[in-house]
Write a protein that binds this ligand. Sequence first.
Ligand SMILES: [Fe+2]
Length: 342
Amino acid sequence: MSAGLTTGSGEGRRFQFERPGATRDPVGACLAGALPGIGDRVLSARQLSAASSALAGRPELWEHLVPARRDQRWHALLHRRDNYDAWLLAWDPDHETDWHDHGGSSGSFAVAAGRLVEHFRRPRRGVAGSRSVRAGGAVTFGPSHVHNVTHGAGTPALSVHVYSPALVAMTYYERTDYGFSAFETVAVGSPHGRRSRVVAEGSGLTDRDTQAIDDLLAASRRDLQRRPVPREALQAVGDGAVLVDLRPAEERALDGEIPGAVVIGRNVLEWRLDPQSAHRIPELACYDAEVILVCSDGYASSLAAATLRRLGLRRATDLDGGYHAWKAAGLPTTAGSADPGS
Ligand SMILES: [Fe+2]
């Protein structure tokens, strides 16, 4: 049923309208009008809906970009800032996105022509619901939303999608008997994701798969700015920082733990530390909390810390080298079963 991989046609194109006397960026001007005074702030649900609807209602700003003939799914970047981006998507019969989230971004899409059907994961129950969105309609969703958007019946559709913060990564899911199971995270080249799930021969992994996670890790670490090495992290703890150990129980039992570190499972991290989450840890879930995430070697923790920063925890970071570097530096640990004499 999947329409296959997007080729990225139009990707990276920024609309420039060159009519003499007109603004050089009418899409930006339209968004600025829909988002007065937004500055660098993250958009609310109401602002997301206003932005996507405003652009969807102004086809003269983008309709010339849409190719008359499309063999594959098509999209174009209309506008991008750090705190939001806007995309135009075209949908033909049988097109669908597959199940995905938006890497912690909230979003909205407004249908400009035709009809789309959004299938979405219901919070808590894990089952899917669906809603039909016709031309003139718009929906919004939060940072943990998982959905699969499909073309509705009838004529080809067009839609405008706005995300805030701007899309950086997306995770794809499969529906199983046990609920939704994440199987792939990709750096984003479009609202379809830069899908490189080219399962060919052998391992099924391609060079593009490797590049995708490398890109994601590098982008995450750029966001973090400062990643303390173990002794710097110890000093930071003395100054009030909190170490959060993400490693699974088996690993902690085997390798030992850092005394005083707070243990939070990776699968619930965002819900425990988002200051707006109903499931937060009140003492930790603060926008100015200095949280230092710890995993085994400092890779997965970088991705997680970048996600926390996107939730607004501006001082979140991770331990460079992870638990193994901490232990190798001779800093305090409790003995694990792998330690000699234990
Ligand atoms: Fe989506």
